[in-house]
Write a protein that binds this ligand. Structure first.
Ligand code: ZN
Length: 373
């Protein structure tokens, strides 16, 4: 058996006290002692150390059963923060989140993606400006994760596949040189899946399919995002739906991207808002296009469900327009197609909030901190 030193026990108790306060949000010393089965002097010692580190603070008083009020302890959510970025071809969004995953500052800027120094200078400026708005010092910043339309290497330092932004091989170096904290790239669909996992911790196994301008996906298994052997797990967009079908940006023909993405649904110049306004009005030609789209999407979803028998979460730009009736229709088409009909609809809509990619990008740094504190 591995030897456990006094130091290990002390570190574990310190972490347990911090995590309990984090979980309970406000809690008294005696409640901590009771919940963790620690003596009051031990709890006092850890509370002092955590206060000294400025990780927790006293926050008012809690009523206790015996009439005397007890001091409440809370974590300082802004003691550490993480930056999340969404990089799009012509726009960038930066958010700063605290240790509870709450967005405490946000900035958006029209910025055309390029690999020139000027672009990274602007991006670094945007990040600094957002941190300034959040009122935090560099020392509190855990790092910045950049949500990219593409696949990234395991350590997040390089773009493994970036055809949409034409940035395969790009590294974090030009940005890292300008900022005093760690920088990583993250596949945008993984950012969305991270946020889903964070908002729904009970979701240990699920497939995330992003119906964005481009299609994207991620697999959550055992509470973690699966990256696979080479970082290509969950790239449902390039599954072949039609032999010799439509031309995909990846260079191949008939990928799911060409049938199930928002790009595939819309005509030139049309927006999702236009499309759904006319569809909901009952315009026949829009209903036909929608039925065709749902039929392709059902085919892709059925294929995915054959590989992973779990909930499938639909996100991306199309998701906010989907109604329960659409999910029921999709499920009905899947039922007709599948070899294994089921009674319960395994499709559900993802979280509906602003800045899903940027917020989700910032989550992993917060998770690592909470896991290591
Ligand atoms: Zn493709």
């Amino acid at each position: 058996m591995e030897k456990i030193s006094m130091n290990d026990i002390r570190k574990k108790n310190y972490s347990d006290v911090y995590r309990l306060i984090y979980q309970e949000r406000r809690i008294s010393k005696s409640k901590i002692a009771a919940a963790l089965e620690m003596s009051l002097p031990t709890v006092t010692q850890h509370l002092s150390a955590l206060e000294e580190e400025r990780l927790i603070e006293k926050q008012g008083q809690l009523a206790s059963g015996i009439g005397r009020k007890a001091t409440a302890y809370s974590i300082r959510p802004e003691a550490r923060v993480a930056v999340g970025i969404e990089v799009l071809p012509r726009q960038v969004t930066a958010v700063v989140i605290d240790l509870y995953g709450t967005v405490i500052a946000k900035k958006e800027r029209l910025l055309t993606f390029s690999q020139e120094d000027a672009y990274f200078k602007n991006l670094a400026e945007l990040i600094r400006g957002t941190l300034n708005d959040a009122g935090v010092s560099d020392g509190a910043v855990l790092g910045a994760d950049i949500g990219m339309q593409g696949l990234v290497t395991e350590n997040g330092r390089e773009m493994l596949y970036g055809k949409i932004l034409d940035c395969t091989g790009l590294t974090v170096k030009p940005l890292e040189d300008q900022l005093p904290f760690p920088i990583r790239f993250v596949h945008d669909a993984e950012c969305a899946a991270e946020l889903e996992r964070w908002r729904h911790p009970e979701l240990t196994d699920a497939v995330y399919l992003s119906l964005g301008e481009h299609l994207g996906g991620a697999i959550i298994s055992d509470g973690k995002i699966q990256r696979g052997r080479t970082g290509r797990t969950g790239t449902f967009e390039h599954m072949t739906l039609v032999e010799g079908g439509r031309q995909c940006y990846c260079g191949k023909l008939g990928c799911a991207e060409c049938y199930c993405s928002a790009d595939a649904l819309l005509r030139d110049g049309e927006t999702l808002a236009d499309f759904f306004a006319l569809l909901r009005k009952g315009d026949e030609s829009y209903r036909e296009r929608w039925t065709e789209y749902l039929s392709w999407l059902a085919m892709a979803l059925n294929n995915i469900h054959m590989v992973m028998d779990s909930m499938i979460i639909l996100g991306g730009h199309v998701a906010p327009y989907l109604m329960q009736d659409d999910l029921d229709r999709l499920f009905a088409v899947i039922q007709e197609r599948t070899a294994f009909p089921e009674n319960e609809n395994f499709l559900r809509l993802g979280v509906q909030e602003d800045d899903i990619i940027a917020t989700g990008a910032a989550i992993p740094f917060v998770c690592s901190f909470l896991g290591a504190v």
